[in-house]
Every structure is written in C-alpha cells, then in structure tokens.
Ligand binder design. Structure first.
Ligand SMILES: Nc1nc2c(ncn2[C@@H]2O[C@H](COP(=O)(O)OP(=O)(O)OP(=O)(O)O)[C@@H](O)[C@H]2O)c(=O)[nH]1
Ligand SMILES: [Mg+2]
Length: 475
C-alpha cells in the first residue's frame, strides 16, 4: 500500500537525518520532494499545496528536541499533518432506538457497494451483536439481487428482495416494514450504481433517501480510481446528506491519492476501509494509523514518544557504542529487554512496531521474555559476551539448564547474531541514543523482537520476516 509515497518520504527523512538542525532551506528542499511525491500519488493539487505549507510552517516552528534528529522531528510533523488531513473521524456506528437503524450505501458502479453492504452486515453481527437485514435495492443490474442473496447466505444474514420489481422506493419501504416486523436492528440498503454520476441515478437514490430517511448514508468509493473517486464523492455529497465515505480496494491502491484527498475535498470523513475481497476485510478508519502506514513505519511515532519518556539516555549512548563496535552481548540484550518492559510491556510495544500490526490481535505474554531470560542465564559470562563460542555441545548444555529445546537455543542465538549485525550497521550512522533506538525498532525490530521472543513464538517470527521484506531494499 502506498509504496511510492512511503519510499519517497523515507528518502526525504533520510536526507534530513544527520543534520544538526532544521533550517528553512533544507525543509524547503524536502518539501519540494514531498510535493512531487504527493502529486504523483494522485493527491488533489490544492490538498497537496496546503499540506506542504502546513508541514513547512510546523517544521519551522518546531523546537528540535535535543536527543532526536531532524529527520525524526520531520517524521513526527508529517505524521501529525497527515493525521489532521484525514481526520478527525469517528469510527463508531450509531444506532437509533427504537430501531431499526437504516444505513444506505451509495456509489458508482463497481465501487464495492454490494460487497461492502455484506461486510458491514458481518461486522455489526459479530462485533455489535445486532441483527441486520440486507435489502436488495439495486434493481438495475439483473444479477444484483442474486449477488446479495449469495453473500447473505454465506453470512447467515437475511436478505429482503422482491423479484421482477423496478421501483426502488417501494422495495426500500417494504424492506423497512419487513425489518420492523421481524425484529431487525439494522437495515442495510444496497443500491444501484452507474458508470458516471447521472441525473437518473441521482434522482432514484435521492427518492429512496427521501422515502426511508436513512440514519447513515455511506458513499462507497473505489480507492484505486484516485482523483475520480474524490470527484464523484464531491458530486454525491452535493446531492445526498452523506455521513461518511467507505474507501474500498485500499489493498490494491498503490498510490493513496483518494485516501489522502477525500476528507479535505468533500469535508466528509472516511469511516471504513475495504482491505480485500473477503467479507472480513473491512476496518474502521483511523487517520493516525493510516498516516503510520503511509510513512511505512508502524506506529513508531508513539514508540518514540514512549521511549522518550522512559529511556535512559546515558544507557542508550553506551548501548549504541557497543552496537556500533559489534560487542553488544546477551547481557546488553537483557538490559534492552528490561527497558522495553519499563516502557509498558512487550505486548503493547509489539503493536507499535513496523510490520507488526497484523499481530495486534495476538496476545503476547510478557512471560515470553522470561523464557529468553532463562536461556541467557544458562550461558556462561564468556558465552554471553561472545555467542560465537557456543557450539552444538554448549547449545545442548544451555538448553538443559534452561529447560528448553535445543532448537529454541539455536533459534535465539541465530536471530540474536543477525540482529547484532543489523545493529552494527545501523548504529554506525553517528546518531545519538534515541536515533539508534528508533532505527533499531524501525529497521531491525523484527529480528530483535523475534530474538527476544525466542522459541515460543515461531509463528510470529515467520510473519515478521515476511512483512519485513520490502524494507530491505530501502536500506
Ligand atoms: N480487492 C478488493 N476488492 C474489492 C473490495 N471491495 C469490493 N471489491 C471487489 O470489487 C468488485 C465490485 O464489487 P461490488 O460489491 O459488486 O460493487 P458494486 O458497487 O456493488 O457494483 P454495482 O452493483 O455493479 O454497482 C467485486 O469483485 C468485489 O469483490 C476491496 O476492499 N478490495
Ligand atoms: Mg452492487
């Protein structure tokens, strides 16, 4: 997602890092690059212009925190401005009482209305324990009713339909009546789409809207159509009382233009995002998370903020010197873990790491650290300083001592060595303690975390590996 933008932002931030201070000149240079990248990503021209101005103003006014580096301050500023650009949003669905709450989907042909109606039905059934009714109110396309019925069947959600009828207002009204009679909390209306915004479609959907007065009207937009999606959103917004936009096919949107412009151009927030064809690929939209995704960094901003509160600068400097020299041993490793613990526990930190978002539902027990501690404590002092000493018989001894499998020990040593290599590489940049810490998390975090997690978390290790692939080429 948003690969080009992510790469561009990264190269801009890299060019700023290593400089002592943010000056007007280097911010201007950076912003020229950012502007180009945004326009290439199909972000609306006005939006781009305003965004770059806002970032520049914020950057010029920003106090550069001593322990951070200009590149990082810029990351934070850009992230904040991206968040502002796409927000604020309210990801909650509001229900009326007494029900049913009426939700209407509108949008161009093929934008994903029918699929999204079904996804929404699934979400509110599972997460909010409601009983929705899907109403097949697309009477234009012959197969539309059947498509919705198939989806309804898959979900076990009832679909209201009338075969051979052409009056969308009538079907909507009857659907609502049916829902009231049968105790449905929510009615989701699937409507017809057209190739372009045209009078006939607008009249039909406006008539349906007037007849049943939906509580929520969502415009479904295909993110892959970029500016076209934004322009159609503008037109729909002029004719209907939109409550929000559902941006679909973000999984296939490599540019990000629509995601970034929709709110600024229409004034309507993105409420949900479609992240795939499967029915559970619908997520509430969070601007700060999207900003992090665009910047390709997990929620590193929060991580840096947290680290800043908790991290011992002096200790960090020492660690960094060791990392740079490659003399970072298992004892230092344990110290790092203890720092992490202080920052709020492994599981909460994991969620903030780049590429680890997928694990947010997984419960990572801080006890995992204990297992690694056990392994490290079974090593001799010499082994902790120089893991190269550990051959197969020592591995067996350590495993016995820690009460773990030999593979667990071997796995920990292997990933530790790899992390150490990476740290050496990254810490060489001459940046301060925080810089090293941040880089470690944003670049080598996967390895570091896998190493920390050790044998008990092989599943996690594989996932983080897969996710990390694209980061490599940037370095
Ligand atoms: N990759 C991806 N595909 C999606 C997403 N949402 C919908 N689609 C696909 O987009 C295509 C069109 O989706 P529909 O739900 O039929 O679109 P529609 O707006 O109802 O189309 P009409 O009824 O013809 O106006 C289908 O192949 C969906 O599987 C998404 O978030 N990601
Ligand atoms: Mg449809």
């Amino acid at each position: 997602m948003f690969d080009a933008l992510t790469d561009k932002f990264n190269s801009v931030f890299r060019s700023l890092s290593g400089r002592g201070r943010i000056t007007e000149a280097n911010v201007s240079d950076a912003m020229r690059e950012v502007r180009k990248a945004l326009l290439e990503a199909d972000v609306n021209y006005q939006v781009t212009k305003q965004f770059c101005k806002d970032v520049k103003d914020a950057a010029m006014g920003a106090e550069v925190i001593k322990s951070l580096h200009p590149g990082q301050v810029m990351v934070k500023i850009v992230s904040d401005e991206l968040t502002k650009l796409m927000g604020p949003v309210d990801p909650k669905i509001y229900y009326v009482s007494p029900g049913p709450t009426i939700v209407m989907m509108a949008g161009l042909q093929g934008s994903g209305k029918t699929t999204t109606a079904a996804k929404l039905a699934k979400l509110i059934t599972e997460k909010e324990a409601k009983k929705p009714l899907l109403v097949a109110d697309d009477l234009q396309r012959p197969a539309a009713i059947e498509q919705l019925c198939t989806l309804g069947e898959q979900l076990g959600v009832e679909v209201y339909k009338e075969d051979g009828v052409k009056d969308a207002v009538k079907v909507a009204k009857n659907g609502l009546k049916y829902a009231k009679k049968n105790g449905h909390d929510v009615v989701i209306l699937d409507t017809a789409g057209r190739l372009h915004v045209d009078e006939e479609m607008m009249n039909e959907i406006a008539a349906v809207s007037k007849a049943v007065t939906p509580h929520q009207i969502y415009l479904v937009c295909d993110a892959m159509t970029g500016q076209d999606a934004v322009n159609s959103a503008k037109e729909f917004n002029e004719r209907l009382e939109l409550d929000g936009v559902i941006l679909t096919k973000l999984d296939g949107d490599a540019r990000g233009g629509a995601a970034l412009s929709v709110k600024a151009v229409t004034g309507k927030p993105i409420k949900f995002i479609g992240m795939g064809e499967k029915l559970d690929n619908l997520e509430p939209f969070y601007p700060e998370r999207m900003a992090s995704r665009i910047l390709g960094m997990g929620d590193v901003v929060t991580l840096v903020e947290k680290a800043q509160e908790q991290f011992d600068e002096e200790q960090a400097q020492k660690m960094q010197a060791k990392m740079a020299k490659g003399t970072f041993g298992f004892d230092d490793f344990l110290k790092q873990m203890q720092s992490l613990k202080k920052m709020g526990g492994m599981s909460s930190m994991m969620k903030l790491l780049p590429g680890m978002g997928a694990m947010k539902d997984m419960d990572i027990d801080d006890g995992e650290i204990g297992k690694i501690e056990g392994i490290v404590h079974s090593m001799t002092t010499a082994e902790r300083t120089d893991p190269d000493l550990i051959g197969s018989s020592r591995r067996r001894r350590i495993a016995r001592g820690a009460g773990r499998d030999v593979q667990d020990v071997a796995g920990l040593i292997k990933t530790f060595k790899r992390s150490r290599e990476m740290m050496k590489m990254m810490a060489g940049g001459g940046s301060g303690g925080m810089g090293a810490l941040k880089k470690m998390f944003s670049g080598g975090g996967g390895d570091m975390m896998s190493a920390m997690a050790g044998g008990g978390m092989r599943k996690v290790k594989q996932r983080s590996k897969r996710k990390r692939q694209p980061r490599k080429k940037r370095r």
